[in-house]
Design a protein around this ligand. Structure first.
Ligand SMILES: Cc1ncc(COP(=O)(O)O)c(C=O)c1O
Length: 381
């Protein structure tokens, strides 16, 4: 088990009276990310300093940081503006069709579902929705739903509403046994807990960049398995084509692409404002290491779990969830007055479905957790 980190709050712009426990919604940015953004704005107002190589070199550094974060190779990384865009790439490159099915967990984030609904409306096939397991995690119910008709399994490392876990190594193996693909939305885990594409072997992994990844909104990531790297992008960009680096020859049109997953990069991925911020964010995380971040968050979510249970509430137990995110259910639903009480105390969480979703990160302290539990106690009746 990795060593927990010392408190990191001083590295973030968070007022003392704010207990921000909502990283699953949006992360505050470390000062280093804000600084990188400020510098990036200045560069944009001096376009005479922007050379063609600046369209390519900084994103390559970012590609390397994301590859490090997920244990993948640099050539497998592509940039996407959103998860829906990335899942759209996966849907375009995996055959479903009549008699074939897509296995998904109930109440997935919509970006993990809509591209498949469009795919089956056009190509045929069906969606198999696996119900919330009640007790236990999602692994067995998802594996039980996989059969010879399964074309693709869409699964995160944890459910976005309450943190319930999916053992992606076991699910990936079950999918491969029947020749099905695995598409992973890691938005709610990558950056907060270790992820290893070598062990999971997803066909497509996609993540936003603005939650646990600590970067700006509008800049996300994919890692694409080698077996799909000669697939079809959903955009026909000039910058994804072979020879794009030579701006004097762009009208020498070509059907060839740049190497690896680069053909899937969103147009204008060189984004001079966001790339430096995203790079600073992933460097910050890779220096702390996801293993140590997870070790830091574990006692925080455990304290929420134990405190909530002592109040007669129903938190997701540690054995069934990841250490960064915990759903807490109230016996008779979310109480009247909880929102007002939390707002008055400046304690920030989200309600997703029937759970209060609590998502601490390295800037949180036990004091933040105590403030949350006091608010719960005041409305728990
Ligand atoms: C699991 C998950 N995936 C994706 C997203 C965002 O999707 P998109 O980038 O398509 O807006 C969210 C946002 O809350 C999420 O929780």
């Amino acid at each position: 088990m990795a060593e927990p980190l010392a408190p990191q709050r001083h590295l973030f712009d968070i007022p003392d009276d704010v207990a921000y426990l909502n990283c699953a919604y949006f992360s505050p940015k470390p000062y280093v990310v804000l600084e990188a953004g400020r510098r990036a704005l200045t560069i944009q107002s001096h376009p005479w300093e922007v050379e063609p190589r600046h369209f390519f070199e900084p994103p390559e550094t970012l590609r390397r940081e994301f590859a490090t974060l997920v244990g993948g190779d640099v050539d497998g990384v592509a940039f996407v503006p959103s998860v829906s865009y990335g899942v759209g790439i996966a849907a375009r490159n995996i055959d479903v069709g009549p008699g074939r099915s897509i296995v998904v967990a109930d109440e997935q984030f919509p970006s993990d579902l809509y591209p498949w609904r469009t795919e089956i409306a056009q190509q045929g096939g069906s969606i198999v929705t696996v119900e919330h397991p009640g007790t236990g995690d999602w692994t067995d119910p998802i594996i039980d739903a996989i059969d010879d008709s399964t074309a693709v399994v869409v699964a995160p490392a944890c459910h976005w509403t309450d943190g319930k876990a999916f053992d992606l190594i076991a699910i990936g193996a079950a999918a491969r046994d029947v020749g099905a693909a695995l598409v992973v939305d890691a938005s709610q885990s990558v950056g907060a807990v270790p992820f290893d594409v070598g062990a999971v072997d997803p066909d497509f992994l996609v993540s936003v960049g603005y939650k646990w990844q600590l970067g700006p909104y509008g800049y996300g990531y994919m890692w694409i398995a080698p077996r799909h790297r000669s697939g079809t992008p959903i955009e026909d960009t000039w910058i994804g084509r072979k020879g794009a680096e030579d701006f004097s020859r762009l009208v020498d049109y070509t059907d060839e692409y740049r190497p690896g997953a680069r053909r899937f990069d969103v147009g204008e991925y060189s984004n001079f404002g966001l790339v430096p911020m995203a790079t600073a964010a992933l460097q910050f995380i890779n220096e702390l290491t996801p293993a140590r971040i997870a070790a830091t968050l574990k006692p925080l979510t455990s304290a929420i779990e134990h405190g909530a249970r002592d109040l007669g509430l129903d938190p997701v137990p540690a054995a069934d969830r990841l250490p960064n995110l915990i759903g807490v259910r109230f016996p008779s639903g979310i109480p009247e007055g909880l929102r007002d009480r939390l707002a008055a105390d400046r304690v920030y969480v989200s309600v997703r479905g029937d759970a209060v979703r609590v998502a601490p990160n390295v800037y949180n302290t036990m004091e933040d957790i105590e403030r949350l539990l006091r608010a719960f106690a005041s409305v728990a009746g």
